[in-house]
Design a protein around this ligand. Structure first.
Ligand SMILES: Cc1ncc(COP(=O)(O)O)c(C=O)c1O
Length: 421
């Protein structure tokens, strides 16, 4: 499509957008009674308007039923987490038995790595991306230490080539082959949080399996953002959070995927807890842990129903909009943002922007700024643009298809132009 840096053009795109009706389902931070240009859904997604009522329902049931709410609440808490299976299965491309809503992202990654990172004297290396989110780096280092290994030796980082910002696919595959039978596990963010690069998860999984390694993905920036087919791609395990593209609120309940071929394996190490046992026998309180079949067998604690109430509302909106529709809009929205940025950059000599996100991308564009980029960032923030600044000089922007508009992108461009004046 031929884009134009023009308000009428942006509004026309919004009029033609079948998903534009979803914008009114979300609460936007305001500046002078106007919605801010909210481009940080890759950090914390916006609150669905239905969240308060959903939360109130659980608080009211708690008030009226006390402990009996586990079975007598409108949505009984004992089985509450089970209602997420179809929603999550669709989002990550899995069978229902392969997913569960539980815990928090980093803690879940640890729980999964306890099962799937099984180093021995020869096969002990982990392959990850450089500039992985720090929590992932710390998690990997501590997992390696738990096994008495040295992280400098055991953790191998994929690094972009000199002068480049994203990691070339061929370099990933070459590194997998090079490490070969020393490779125990690949653990990569499906979408890198810094550059916005989407990794070729299917081929990575295939190549890593060929050398006998296990493959796990951190999908914090992928879940709800791009099309995922974890089951078909044969991924071993994955974990994600729900507060970014899944709009479920700060620190809200996270999710995991375990491929069905591991789901019945009682021999795997687990950090076991009562919620990981089959639901029928949970209240028998018997000695001796037996894992439930599927991803449910990795649960440890009873379901955090208050955050799940918001998660449910948010996922139902996602499902209503349709993942395919969201991804189609996302491509157009992000392409429009790239167009606006390139227009500005080519007409300006004092500040230059370089989009460092490769064409393999989701919603996010990461912009490397030269010159007084931080001043420009501060200026657009004052004008009501919510984006994020990463030291030393990167602005991350994520127009999110379920609530952002083409007009938002246009207004963002205007804010940048004002800042440059
Ligand atoms: C890629 C990635 N991994 C891990 C985390 C940490 O998540 P949590 O604090 O929910 O464990 C984040 C948080 O933003 C993230 O972006």
């Amino acid at each position: 499509m031929e884009f134009q840096d023009d308000l009428d053009f942006a509004r026309k795109l919004d009029q033609q957008d079948p998903l534009s009706v979803f914008r009114q389902e979300y609460l936007f931070p305001k500046i002078e009674h106007q919605n801010k240009v909210y481009f940080t859904g890759n950090s914390l997604g916006l609150q669905p308007k239905g969240a308060k009522d959903a939360l109130m329902q659980e608080l009211t049931d708690w008030e009226n039923h006390g402990v009996d709410g586990h079975f007598d609440a409108k949505n009984p808490w004992y089985s509450y987490h089970e209602s997420f299976k179809p929603l999550l299965a669709e989002i990550v491309g899995a069978k229902e038995s392969e997913v569960t809503a539980m815990g928090a992202l980093t803690a879940n990654l640890h729980a999964l790595m306890i099962s799937f990172y099984k180093p021995n004297a020869n096969r002990y290396k982990i392959l990850c991306e450089s500039k992985a989110f720090p929590s992932d780096q710390y998690a990997l280092e501590s997992q390696v230490k738990l096994h008495g290994l040295n992280s400098e030796d055991a953790i191998v980082e994929l690094i972009p080539r000199e002068g480049e910002h994203s990691i070339r696919e061929e370099d990933i595959y070459a590194k997998i082959e090079e490490i070969g039978d020393q490779l125990a596990m690949v653990m990569i963010g499906g979408v890198n949080y810094y550059s916005g690069q989407v990794f070729p998860m299917e081929t990575i999984t295939e190549k890593a399996h060929q050398v006998g390694a296990i493959v796990g993905f951190d999908l914090a920036h992928a879940a709800g953002n791009i099309i995922l087919k974890l089951h078909d791609w044969n991924v071993d395990f994955a974990a994600w959070c729900s507060y970014k593209y899944l709009n479920s609120g700060p620190g809200s309940v996270a999710g995991i995927f375990v491929h069905e071929r591991h789901g019945e394996d009682q021999s795997l190490n687990r950090l076991a807890g009562w919620w990981g046992t089959p639901s029928e026998g949970r209240f028998m309180m018997e000695k001796g842990f037996k894992a439930a079949i599927g991803a449910d067998g990795w649960q440890t604690s009873n379901a955090p129903v208050l955050s799940m109430a918001v998660h449910k509302v948010a996922l139902e909106l996602h499902q209503k909009a349709g993942i395919q529709n969201l991804v189609e809009k996302q491509k157009q929205l992000t392409a429009y943002l790239a167009f606006i940025l390139e227009e500005i950059s080519s007409n300006n000599t004092s500040v230059q922007f370089e989009i460092i996100t490769p064409k393999e991308r989701g919603s996010q564009l990461s912009i490397l700024t030269y010159g007084n980029g931080k001043q420009v960032f501060d200026h657009i923030s004052k004008q009501g643009v919510v984006a994020d600044w990463r030291e030393p000089n990167v602005i991350r922007l994520a127009p999110v298809p379920i609530y952002n508009s083409f007009e938002d992108v246009y207004r963002f461009g205007m804010a940048i132009k004002n800042a440059l004046k």
